[in-house]
Design a binder for this molecule. Structure first.
Ligand code: ATP
Length: 251
């Protein structure tokens, strides 16, 4: 059976427990269809970033995960060889870069590891231009770049690499309005090409403008999963409604 018949991600009753018995996730279930921009929203500490890392089979240090189903493109997460199929731009991009190596050296390594034979750096630089990344960052040490700049460089690699599933964890935090618009438009175009994008954010405004389905999380649980119709999210639960009201106050 080909992987095209499966959803991008299917999670049923997944729980992540710390050494002291605290539940970071408490029986999470969700299904991410292929080829859409899927939003994950919720307050700080609700377990959103944990979802991004869990797709790579990673759980927070010292924690245990149990589940009834946890599959990526139809394969159990523990056996899934993500290779170039899955790419994540983490909220904190620092772990992806060695601080004392140049961006050039690290991107060249990335291309080697990705087994990309023909590398057109000009295509990469054109994406950098669109994302407002100065071309002279190529020769700089990672430690001299801001977190937002490193996050956008990772994003540019994702755009070049076109994985089947792209996980973006708060990719617009710290961006000016112009760069944010470009990122959101690019994400939309990637989804139109068939890529599944998991977009983690705490900004309801972005979720409504970009995604077609959203999971709202709170304290390690899924509160509800709902479609976004005409750029409008209509939560059914009390918590979802409060989240929407709170976001309207800050618009
Ligand atoms: N190694 C760990 N041991 C124990 N608890 C942890 C560990 N790593 C993360 N946590 C806890 O797991 C919970 C979920 O964290 P997560 O980073 O997924 O939240 P989040 O929704 O992404 O928050 P934010 O929006 O602030 O990034 C938090 O309460 C966090 O303190």
């Amino acid at each position: 059976m080909g992987s095209t018949e499966f959803p991008a991600v299917q999670i049923k009753d997944a729980t992540i427990t710390t050494k002291d018995g605290k539940k970071i996730w408490n029986g999470i279930s969700l299904e991410i269809p292929k080829g859409i921009v899927y939003g994950v929203i919720g307050e700080s500490g609700s377990g959103k970033s944990t979802l991004g890392f869990s797709l790579f089979g990673m759980v927070p240090e010292g924690c245990q995960m149990t589940y009834q189903t946890f599959s990526i493109l139809g394969e159990d997460v523990r056996h899934f060889h993500f290779g170039s199929k899955l790419f994540m731009v983490p909220q904190n991009p620092n772990w992806a870069f060695h601080p004392f190596r140049t961006i050039e050296a690290q991107i060249k390594d990335f291309f080697k590891l990705s087994k990309l034979k023909t590398i057109h750096f000009e295509s990469l630089f054109q994406i950098w231009d669109r994302l407002s990344i100065p071309r002279n960052h190529w020769k700089k040490y990672a430690k001299t770049l801001s977190g937002g700049e490193k996050q956008r460089i990772l994003l540019s690699l994702a755009f070049l690499r076109t994985p089947e599933i792209l996980v973006l964890d708060e990719p617009t935090t710290g961006l000016d309005a112009f760069s944010e618009k470009i990122v959101l438009e690019t994400v939309q175009n990637l989804a139109k090409m068939g890529m599944t994008v998991v977009f983690i954010t705490h900004e309801l405004r972005i979720v409504e403008s970009l995604t077609s389905q959203v999971t709202i999380m709170k304290q390690g649980e899924v509160v509800e999963t709902i479609p976004v119709l005409n750029h409008n999210l209509e939560p059914k639960t009390e918590y979802g409604k409060q989240l929407k009201e709170a976001s309207l106050l800050f618009q």
